[in-house]
Design a protein around this ligand. Structure first.
Ligand SMILES: [Cu+2]
Length: 221
């Protein structure tokens, strides 16, 4: 006996599968300075109008202290991420959150201060801090005033830092309208939020900063 419902069900399953595949896109963001040159070390954040269910952040993200530097120099994490500060130097550090902004008058969104003992052989002192407020935290060390790092806590999971070519990739961005924000530790004024439309495969967004970042003077992680 024939079963007329089977082809219908098969077609419906196929449509559902297509719908699931079409709900999110991989987004490539290309950031340039005002001079048109690629801008590395810029945070990009997408805030979809319809984010859907958001997965909690995965394992802790490590920011190391090595050779009197924060590595990486700039880190972007989603809200709710735990950051593990890990001292790999053979001497103590005394980490603390510091104000940001061109006048140094913007308090860190999360304040902390901690002593991390010198690393000894395989023993590395580390401490975890969970970041539950979106915004910027400047990282400093009470013992080494030259140490400077930046942590950007994104309001969404879709945050990333541009690479040496000024490119960042954001995976599984939900389809639909989304606001895009960029942020550079070097900026003097906020970057304009731009309105994007995410959909289809291989979305590429090109954006320009409102200033030309200075060329790096030294190694940044
Ligand atoms: Cu230090």
């Amino acid at each position: 006996m024939s079963h007329p419902r089977l082809p219908f069900l098969a077609a419906r399953s196929l449509l559902l599968a297509l719908a699931v595949n079409a709900q999110a896109a991989s987004v490539t963001v290309v950031v340039r300075g005002a001079d048109g040159q690629p801008a590395p070390n810029v945070v990009v954040q997408l805030t979809p109008a319809h984010p859907g269910a958001i997965k909690p952040p995965a394992a802790p993200v490590v920011i190391a202290q090595r050779d009197i530097h924060f590595l990486p120099y700039l880190t972007a994490v989603p809200l709710g991420t735990t950051v593990r500060f890990s001292n790999q130097d053979p001497f103590d550090h005394h980490l603390r959150s510091e104000p940001s902004g061109p006048l140094g008058n913007v308090p860190p969104v999360t304040e902390f201060e901690m002593r991390l003992n010198a690393a000894s052989g395989d023993k590395v002192a580390s401490a975890d801090v969970r970041f539950d407020k979106a915004g910027v935290i400047v990282l400093g060390c009470h013992l080494h005033s030259s140490m400077r790092g930046y942590l950007f806590v994104g309001e969404t999971p879709w945050v990333a830092v541009t690479d040496a070519n000024g490119v960042a990739t954001l995976a599984d961005v939900p389809d639909g309208p989304a606001d895009m924000l960029s942020w550079s530790p070097e900026q003097l004024t906020d970057q304009a939020i731009t309105h994007q439309r995410i959909g289809g495969a291989g979305v590429i967004i090109e954006t320009a900063l409102n200033f030309t970042p200075p060329k790096p003077r030294r190694r940044h992680g």
